[in-house]
Design a protein around this ligand. Structure first.
Ligand code: HEM
Length: 412
């Protein structure tokens, strides 16, 4: 392994804060763009005052996320913690495991989220989409698209996958909020986590007794702790699936709709060419790059990436939006806000919105199908769909772990 002198970095006291708020809701934080243009990795400070390397270029992000020298294990010294006590309290789940343990668990879950299995859900998801649209139409505009459509669709979808009654969604929503909203106290977060884990442990028992045609039933009947699947780890994996699949997709549904509402040319192109739904979804994922405070890693051996020597024990954080707006890969726009150009025909398959490497989003196919169905269907069924407030009044979550809109008032 080569070792070289690291490029000049910002001094420890004035290292900027991570995650950085977006000044323009459509663009990467200005500081991240400046770092990307300067090249190399840069030091940033997180909430506890500790400093970590920030990657902003597409090439560096991919190389780092693919490197076995970086660990996802939150319990390793030097890991950039999300929130106080995270490392000691977070349940052991797939997202914070390393190989080979991660790979074993992932293999068992991957089948459940394969392209084939998620495509087979198409008709069910279309039905849910239509019912939510029916409800919005019956209510009459203006409605809050986030509450009335964007949150329930992914909730219902994940309930369908796991075989959970949708009536229990208030619990997941609170739990998902507690994970992504940094204003929750550590005690409240722990209380909700314990409540959620107890719920999933009970669910596993119920499915063991009365299996159905769902992920939990298949995991308990096909693996059941006898072939290396650690059965006691099942409740935390279910908790993670619900949290990870919930607010992320909801935020994307809201932001994607907004993008289509403000750019009539893109919307007309999508409606005239329904075959663009897949490409439009990739472009929306790239354009918005909603995951703002992750991934996070810690080096377990010295490694040089992006011209920077990262020493064992040093943390690394990522600006996925900066990588996804890297002009050397996507050749984006010149305006100030949005700094980037939306092009639903771009075919942005190599974006990083779902991460990269072994931990790349497990639920990406499910999220994709939900979006591919929802946006065209909304305009097909509600051709007059439009914003119910001026765009400047929209409440963006500019400093959230996952970027999104607090509400999106629409009418028709
Ligand atoms: C638009 C929606 C979504 C976005 C933008 C998103 C983004 C991400 C990202 C960036 C990662 C990588 C984290 C890392 O490397 O540390 C990830 C991992 C993960 N996501 Fe998603 N996600 C979305 C939807 C979903 C859905 C619908 C599910 C489940 C139903 C899900 C489940 C997971 C899981 C389990 C992991 C961890 C995978 C592993 O560690 O092997 N996500 N997601």
């Amino acid at each position: 392994m080569s070792t070289s002198t690291p490029p000049t970095v910002v001094s420890s006291y004035d290292a900027p804060f991570y995650p950085a708020p977006r000044t323009c809701p459509f663009s990467a934080p200005e500081q991240h763009t400046a770092f990307r243009e300067a090249g190399g990795l840069h030091k940033v400070t997180i909430w506890d005052g500790s400093q970590h390397w920030l990657a902003t270029r597409h090439e560096d992000i991919r190389a780092l996320l693919a490197s076995p020298a970086l660990s996802s294990n939150i319990r390793k010294p030097g890991y950039p913690e999300f929130v106080p006590h995270h490392s000691e309290r977070a349940p052991r789940n797939i997202i914070n495991m390393d190989e080979p343990e991660h790979g074993r668990l992932r293999q068992m879950l991957t089948r459940e989220f394969s392209v084939k299995r998620t495509r087979a859900m198409h008709d069910d998801l279309l039905k849910i989409t239509d019912e939510l649209i029916d409800d919005m139409l019956a209510k009459g505009g203006p409605v809050d698209f986030i509450q009335d459509f964007a949150l329930p669709l992914p909730s219902m979808a994940i309930c369908l996958v796991l075989g959970i009654p949708y009536e229990d969604h208030a619990l997941f929503q609170r739990m998902a909020n507690a994970t992504t909203d940094l204003t929750f106290s550590p005690e409240e977060r722990l209380r909700l986590q314990e409540q959620a884990l107890a719920y999933y442990a009970d669910l596993v028992e119920r499915k063991r007794r009365e299996p159905g045609d769902d992920l939990v039933s298949r995991l308990v009947t096909e693996h059941g702790g006898t072939d290396g699947f650690p059965a006691e780890l099942l409740p935390q994996q279910l908790n993670l699936l619900v949290i990870a699949g919930h607010e992320t997709t909801a935020n994307m549904l809201g932001l994607g709709l907004l993008a289509l509402l403000r750019e009539p040319g893109q919307r007309e192109n999508l409606l005239a060419h329904p075959e663009l739904a897949a490409s439009a979804t990739e472009e929306m994922l790239r354009y918005w790059s909603i995951v703002a405070a992750a991934p996070r890693r810690v080096a377990v051996e010295d490694v040089e990436i992006g011209g920077q020597l990262i020493r064992a024990g040093e943390g690394v954080v990522f600006s996925l939006i900066s990588g996804n707006h890297d002009p050397s890969v996507f050749g984006t726009g010149e305006d100030e806000c949005p700094a980037d150009k939306l092009d639903i025909a771009r075919g942005a398959r190599n974006h990083l919105a779902f991460g990269f490497g072994v931990h790349q989003c497990l639920g990406q196919n499910l999220a994709r199908v939900e979006m591919q169905i929802a946006w065209p269907r909304l305009f097909e069924r509600i051709p007059g769909l439009r914003l119910a407030v001026p765009e400047q009044e929209l409440p963006f979550k500019l400093d959230s772990v996952v970027h999104g809109l607090k509400s999106l008032p629409v009418t028709w």
